[in-house]
Design a protein around this ligand. Structure first.
Ligand code: ARG
Length: 579
């Protein structure tokens, strides 16, 4: 149920009845303040301006034609032509009852599911996953979960960096280790270290660089032994990523991997086609696309190199090939890619070129969703004390151990296993929520203290709100599913909570449209806060509370808990019954 869509339809019909043109936008939005109703329709002003008529008179006409019987209890005209809509409590109660009896909380399913290809995480396998990949991984996963929850057809594509010249030195180094009777798993236990060692040899050791280049040639030539060695390296590195996905509660699996190497065979064809279509031209030995659409102030086109002068292919070539595969083979209606903002130019160039070449039809949306950087307390890019990149695995372990300390301060009769389980959910949840709740495109400061706080918009706060409902039910000795009492929405706190609960779908739609999980984070925080106010104002288990009221309120609490749980689950954050 999307209330905004419903009201938009109704207001639009009234606008047509009032003589306005078909394309008039009702501009329905959630009211900023309760005194302006629950929703507002602000579209009359724009329409009146176009028609050069009096907005208030026009708004009155629209209101006269507005059929919201049973949905709104009051509709009023305000200011120059705002239409304020106050929803009817009985209607809210009926909607909530429907949500209460539904696994999906009344979130409707896409009637014509779209095929959405989502490219996220995509670490480079030559090195260990670092904090830079955290954002892509968890933002992408949240959007994927929201899409699937709405019933869209999602195809995950983990575009791992598994190819390139750096594998030459890595394979040369690995083959030496294996010759020295080391086992690959041990040699590659610390990828970061391994990379560093190989680089030192590459820079300093006589003959090593030549051997490394040799490996590159053999690898590209498809030499079987070399490919087997490469495969071994890749498998172990993928395994490192899988451990992190597991810890992070991310839905990516091995089946979602479509690494850069998967496109190798297609790359010459991509270039041939671009040349045949006169889109790429020869320039100083290289193949280049000059993009006039992206010319600079001096009128010089943007230069997009698709093949190096030595014949080598680039990141760009692979992404063009990926475009064609996703639109053509996978049948994508929409392609979404999550990387940091520094790659924005690249993806713009890819899109324009792919559209010209016909790799990407107009009907396929191409959304590069950039994100800002994670900063340290000093406002500089997040680094270890010694200035190195922070390994994701270590960061997550620290989160869990910090949560464990936090738990130790609380006196409760938890078993060791339960304590560990809670610490993991709180620690990982805190890191994820802190990241997901920020505006995607801005940089943000990583701060342990705020993210693990029980106050403010944090995972622990929301997890705690969830446990409060669970303990309420325990105390009441009632099973939520057994409540048959009709819902009674009476007190203002109940009404505010009801409206908020029924906005779940609306928020998810926005998250999906703009790839902004932060909206879901704010929503859940507001929901939990409204719950706390409701809990303060509306007694539930007190002796003098009427049975019907008590059961209705308990049922309301249950919808709150389930919405919190479902919402957090879409962010990949777990809840627990107590903490
Ligand atoms: N491996 C790349 C990186 O670490 C991200 C790949 C994103 N996806 C793509 N289709 N280029 O920056």
């Amino acid at each position: 149920m999307n209330i905004r869509h419903l009201l938009t339809e109704k207001v639009h019909a009234a606008m047509i009845a009032a003589g306005l043109p078909e394309d008039t936008n009702p501009a329905v939005s959630i009211s900023a303040r309760a005194q302006f109703g629950d929703y507002q329709a602000n579209g009359v002003m724009g329409a009146a301006k176009k028609l050069k008529t009096n907005p208030r008179e026009l708004a009155q006409k629209v209101v006269d034609n507005l059929q919201l019987d049973g949905i709104a209890k009051q509709v009023e005209l305000a200011g120059p032509g705002f239409i304020n809509i106050h929803l009817d409590q009985q209607w809210l109660a009926n909607q909530l009852e429907a949500a209460s009896g539904d696994d999906k909380l009344s979130v409707s399913q896409a009637t014509e599911p779209k095929t959405v290809v989502v490219d996220y995480s995509a670490p480079n396998l030559a090195k260990e996953m670092h904090v830079g990949h955290l954002r892509s991984t968890i933002i992408g996963d949240a959007v994927v979960r929201a899409l699937e929850f709405r019933g869209e057809h999602v195809i995950r594509q983990n575009h791992m960096g598994d190819w390139g010249t750096q594998f030459g030195m890595l394979l040369a180094h690995l083959s030496d280790k294996l010759a020295g009777n080391e086992v690959a798993e041990t040699a590659l236990a610390d990828l970061e270290n391994f990379y560093r060692e190989a680089k030192v040899r590459f820079d300093n050791e006589d003959g090593f660089a030549d051997r490394a280049r040799d490996y590159v040639v053999k690898l590209q030539g498809g030499d079987a032994d070399c490919l087997a060695l490469w495969q071994q390296f890749i498998d172990i590195s993928i395994h490192h990523s899988e451990e992190i996905y597991d810890k992070l509660n991310v839905t990516l699996t091995r089946n979602d991997i479509m690494g850069e190497s998967a496109y190798n065979e297609d790359l010459p064809k991509v270039i041939d086609e671009l040349v045949a279509k006169n889109i790429a031209v020869e320039d100083q030995g290289a193949k280049v696309v000059f993009i006039e659409e992206m010319a600079n102030k001096a009128g010089e086109p943007s230069v997009f190199i698709v093949q190096k002068s030595g014949g080598g292919y680039l990141y760009a070539t692979t992404d063009l090939s990926a475009c064609r595969y996703r639109a053509g083979q996978l049948g994508a209606d929409r392609i979404i890619i999550f990387t940091d903002a520094r790659q924005s130019l690249h993806f713009k160039q890819v899109e324009i070129t792919a559209r010209k070449a016909g790799f990407l039809p107009e009907t396929t949306a191409y959304d590069h969703c950039p994100f800002g950087m994670m900063m340290g307390d000093d406002g500089k890019p997040f680094k270890t004390r010694s200035g190195g990149t922070v390994k994701l695995a270590e960061l997550l372990d620290e989160a869990i151990s910090r949560a464990e300390q936090l738990m130790a301060e609380k006196i409760a009769d938890f078993s060791e296993a339960e304590r560990k389980d809670i610490a993991r959910k709180v620690g990982i949840g805190a890191v994820k929520f802190a990241d997901l709740s920020k505006n995607r495109t801005s940089d943000y400061i990583f701060n342990w203290k705020t993210m693990l706080s029980f106050e403010g918009a944090t995972a622990p706060y929301l997890q705690y709100a969830y446990t409060r409902v669970q303990s309420l039910f325990k105390k009441a000795g009632i099973n939520a599913t057994s409540i048959e009492q009709n819902m009674l929405i009476d007190a203002p706190q109940e009404k505010a909570l009801a409206v908020k609960l029924l906005q779940f779908e609306e928020v998810l739609d926005q998250v999906i449209a703009d790839c902004t999980p932060n909206l879901l984070c704010s929503y859940l925080y507001e929901l939990a806060s409204l719950y706390m106010s409701f809990y303060e104002a509306c007694p539930i288990l007190k002796e003098d509370v009427d049975d019907a009221v008590k059961l209705s309120r308990l049922r309301l609490c249950d919808v709150v808990a389930r919405t919190l749980k479902q919402g957090l689950d879409l962010l990949g954050i777990d809840v627990m019954d107590r903490m």
